[in-house]
Structures are given as structure tokens and as C-alpha cells.
Ligand binder design. Structure first.
Ligand code: URA
Length: 287
């Protein structure tokens, strides 16, 4: 039984990483074509067999399904891209002032109680890590247990893989800037709820505007969804440039997903190579 639950959780996480979020929520289907197929199959399965039909009823009549009243559906929050959240800053923060500007944002966050994650057992607010003058920024989903304990993003197993990815790009971790969509750990590492992500995003937006990276890499579907304001599968989002707060944005797999499915590492490397070309980076020579 416990094994079944683990297996189910693994499937859910796998599909979530691929950008499929609507397991339990009513919403726009992520893959409308798939929804149509499912609907067709459902109707076909509901049809009685020809033998039974001959005996029971000559003609199949689709069951009448009562429409659900509107008030039973929770409103689906509209997605808004980071570009639509606020106008772009008119001037850049000078390089020498970025550390201070980021400190002001951190102070503004304070001992935050703006969203439910403040009451969900968080130990540390995980602000960010890295160079305030970085040309490259990585954005993940939210802190896990290790990050919650240390207050530093991407320090657990996924973080170690991210470090390896950064080194493979010819950079050091200290040379990039790393942050998350939410700064507090969602319980049991669940996906941040829209109210949590939307509440927290004002701070990430300011961080991006201060750092003003040339390239942002969205790690996984959740980061891509909130940064870009679109709900699409990773397959649809990868392999092309997007735009976010004046930076070029690339979407790739979350390192935690790559740990679960290492076969996709080659695909992620393709995404990172495109970023390297953009930044003029060369992979280090193999020793
Ligand atoms: N996963 C994330 O998305 N962010 C972290 O900081 C760690 C794991």
C-alpha cells in the first residue's frame, strides 16, 4: 500500500514537472487535444455493449448530466506574467548599489506573514544566493527541507545537480544569482498555491529588476508558469527564447526532475548550451 502511494506520488511529480498541474483542480485543460480524446473514450466506454444494447435498448442515449452551479467552482486565478505585473524600471541600479538594493528588499520581506506558507512550519525565509551583478539568474519553484533548514536556495540534492550544471556551463555558483518563485517551503514540498506564488512574486520581481540579468533560466514548469504568465507544458516552452523583465528567458527541466529521470539530462544540456551561446560562455576543457 505504502509502495503504491509512493508510486502514485512519483507519477504525479513526473507529470507536474512536465507542466501538467490540473490533477484535482477544474481548469483549462493543459493539453486540449488529450482532453478531447479522454472525453471521446469516456463516451465510448459509457455505451452498452452491442449484445446488451440489443436486449436492453435499441438506441444508446447519452446520460443527461446536470450542469454544476457556478458557485461550486472556485474562481481560477488568472495568470499574469512578471512583465505585466509592473512597468520595467526606468533606470538601472548601478553595480555598486545592487547589494544594498537587495538588502532593502530582504528587509521589506521581514519576518513575512503575508501568505499561508508563513504558518506551514517554515524555519527560514530563503531569499536568494549568488552575485547581485550576475548576468545569469536561475529561478526554481520553492525551498525544500535542506533549503528551509539553511536559508539558502538549492543546497540539497537538486542543488548539487544545479551546481554541476553551472560548472558545466563554465561558471561558478558564486557567479550566478539563484532564487525561487516562493521564499518559504511549501509543506511536504507540494507545488506553491497561486495565492502563495502571487503574494511572493512582488519580491522576486524586484530582485530581478535590481540584478537585471541578461538571461534568466526558469527551472521547471512552476517557475516558467509564474514568470511568463502562461500555463503550458515544458515541451511547448523549451527550445525558444521568452522575455521577462528585459532579460531573455529560457525554460528547462527542474534539477529535481532530472534526478528522477536522468534520461532528460541531454535535453536540459541542449537548453543550457543555447544559454551559453547567448552569454558567450565556453564549457571548461575536460581534465
Ligand atoms: N527546489 C527548488 O525549486 N528550489 C530550491 O531552492 C530547492 C529545491
Amino acid at each position: 500500500m505504502a509502495g503504491d502511494v509512493e508510486q502514485l506520488r512519483a507519477y504525479v511529480e513526473y507529470f507536474r514537472d512536465m507542466g501538467v498541474h490540473d490533477f484535482y483542480r477544474q481548469g483549462e485543460p493543459v493539453f486540449p487535444e488529450a482532453a478531447a480524446v479522454v472525453a471521446e473514450v469516456t463516451v465510448a466506454e459509457a455505451r452498452p455493449s452491442p449484445v446488451a444494447a440489443a436486449v436492453v435498448a435499441p438506441e444508446y442515449k447519452a446520460p443527461v448530466v446536470a450542469a454544476k452551479p457556478d458557485y461550486l467552482e472556485p474562481p481560477i486565478p488568472k495568470l499574469v506574467s512578471f512583465d505585466d505585473l509592473a512597468p520595467l524600471p526606468e533606470s538601472r541600479v548601478p553595480a555598486a548599489g545592487k547589494t544594498d538594493a537587495l538588502r532593502v528588499i530582504r528587509e521589506d520581506i521581514g519576518d513575512c506573514t503575508r501568505c499561508p506558507l508563513a504558518y506551514a512550519g517554515r524555519r527560514n525565509i530563503v531569499f536568494a544566493d549568488g552575485d547581485p551583478n550576475a548576468r545569469l539568474m536561475f529561478v526554481g519553484e520553492g525551498p525544500g527541507a535542506d533549503e528551509d533548514a539553511s536559508g539558502v536556495p538549492f543546497v540539497g540534492k537538486a542543488g548539487q545537480l544545479l551546481n554541476n550544471m553551472i560548472v558545466a556551463m563554465g561558471l561558478k555558483r558564486e557567479e550566478v544569482y539563484i532564487a525561487n518563485i516562493v521564499k518559504c517551503r511549501p509543506p511536504a514540498n507540494r507545488v506553491p498555491e497561486p495565492v502563495e506564488a502571487n503574494t511572493c512574486s512582488q519580491f522576486l520581481l524586484h530582485q530581478i529588476d535590481v540584478v537585471q540579468p541578461q538571461v534568466i533560466v526558469a527551472l521547471g514548469a512552476t517557475a516558467a508558469m509564474y514568470l511568463l504568465g502562461v500555463k503550458q507544458s515544458l515541451v511547448a516552452l523549451r527550445g525558444r527564447w521568452h522575455s521577462c523583465r528585459g532579460a531573455k528567458l529560457a525554460v528547462t527541466y527542474h534539477p529535481a526532475f532530472l534526478l528522477r529521470d536522468p534520461r532528460q539530462k541531454g535535453e536540459a544540456w541542449k537548453d543550457l548550451q543555447r544559454v551559453m551561446v547567448e552569454l558567450g560562455l565556453k564549457a571548461p576543457a575536460k581534465s
